[in-house]
Ligand binder design. Structure first.
Ligand code: 13P
Ligand code: SF4
Length: 344
């Protein structure tokens, strides 16, 4: 009988002439960010995953923080949280594989209750999502009767289910203002909330949730980049603390940052956000110099090519939702999608 280790070795796809041929065009695109020595490790997984996707009628959605070999090698759709939610709402495939964190896979399931939604690692969490519970939202509603609740998509389904509407960092101001209220409860990201509050007259009641990746950046980090790298253009994600955002040239969602770099084409750029962003964007813009601060999201990095292959082979791990929670969460997510599709 085979041991587990022998079985694992037997299941590991190998780099041969066929795989090299099938993945040559992908490698051509990513060769200046993935060293040649690494390609024989990634390529067999990329070839196997792409073949299995077709066989299982699966679509693979990947967040901008996924590693370049996932982002450029196997993803069908890439983007920020809003783009992934929109893609999940539109897909007609049987299976959705979400390469991102658990709340993103839940959002895909919320919008597709009858489809199979897979996440390659169930432990891919998020410090913002775990900062608040449905019970917390119910207590806030009791404390502030009649005040609408806007919830960042970086939350679990049970929290979305207690909310009036969801938002992402790409549309938060628009969503808050759409309610026509003087005050809103904005959950759970305090720093995104403060960023929105500075751009609207609506009074914001905030929670103290933080992203463990973005809260590590400091204003001093940015000042030091400016001193060391002449003319550098600084883009920052609104999950960063306010004093960091105050030093940035542009603040926006992950896709907002990518779009802005494409529009203004600075010579040198630093993206104050998760590590893989710069790698992924650098593929598109080989002429731009990316200075790469590396704050890893440990949750995003739980998703790997071997994990994605295993997920498609075993159809694990399926995202399941209580139907009542799913239906109530869908109202809040769909309200956001309806609102932003009218204007974007
Ligand atoms: P975006 O919606 O900007 O992609 O952000 C998601 C996220 O998790 C950032 O940390
Ligand atoms: Fe959550 Fe921060 Fe990771 Fe985004 S980067 S998934 S907000 S922990």
């Amino acid at each position: 009988m085979n041991t587990t280790a022998e079985q694992d070795r037997a299941d590991t796809p190998v780099f041969d002439a066929r795989v090299e041929r099938e993945t040559a065009a992908i490698y051509e695109r990513v060769k200046h960010i993935i060293p040649a020595i690494e390609w024989p490790v990634h390529a067999p997984y990329i070839a196997s995953i792409n073949a299995l996707k077709a066989e299982k009628r699966a679509i693979l959605l990947a967040h901008n923080y996924q590693t370049p070999e996932i982002f450029h090698g196997v993803a069908d759709i890439t983007g920020d949280s809003l783009a992934l939610a929109r893609a999940a709402a539109k897909t007609d495939t049987d299976v959705i594989v979400l390469c991102g964190v658990h709340f993103m896979a839940e959002t895909a399931k919320i919008l597709n209750p009858s489809k199979t939604v897979l996440i390659p690692d169930l432990e891919a969490g998020c410090s913002l999502a775990s900062s608040i519970t449905a019970e917390d939202v119910r207590l806030l509603r009791e404390r502030y009767p009649g005040v609408p609740v806007v919830t960042y998509v970086n939350t679990y389904a049970a929290v979305k289910a207690e909310s009036d509407v969801c938002c992402t960092s790409a549309n938060a101001v628009q969503v808050v203002e759409s309610l026509g209220a003087d005050r809103v409860i904005f959950l759970p990201d305090e720093y995104l909330g403060r960023h929105v509050a500075a751009r609207t007259k609506v009074e914001m009641i905030l929670w103290k949730g933080h992203c463990e990746v973005h809260e590590r950046f400091t204003a001093e980090d940015i000042r030091s980049y400016r001193q060391r790298f002449d003319g550098i253009f600084v883009l920052a994600h609104p999950e960063c603390p306010p004093e960091v955002l105050a030093e940035a040239d542009f603040v926006g969602s992950t896709s907002g940052m990518i779009k802005h770099v494409g529009e203004i084409r600075p010579k040198r750029v630093v993206m104050i956000t998760e590590c893989s962003m710069s790698d992924n964007v650098a593929v598109e813009y080989p002429d731009i110099e990316f200075v790469r601060p590396c704050n890893l999201c440990p949750h995003m990095k739980r998703i790997t090519l071997p994990g994605v292959l295993h997920s498609l082979q075993s159809m694990q791990y399926t995202v399941e939702l209580d139907p009542d929670v799913g239906a109530r969460a869908r109202r809040a997510v769909q309200r956001m999608l309806d609102l932003t599709s009218r204007s974007n």
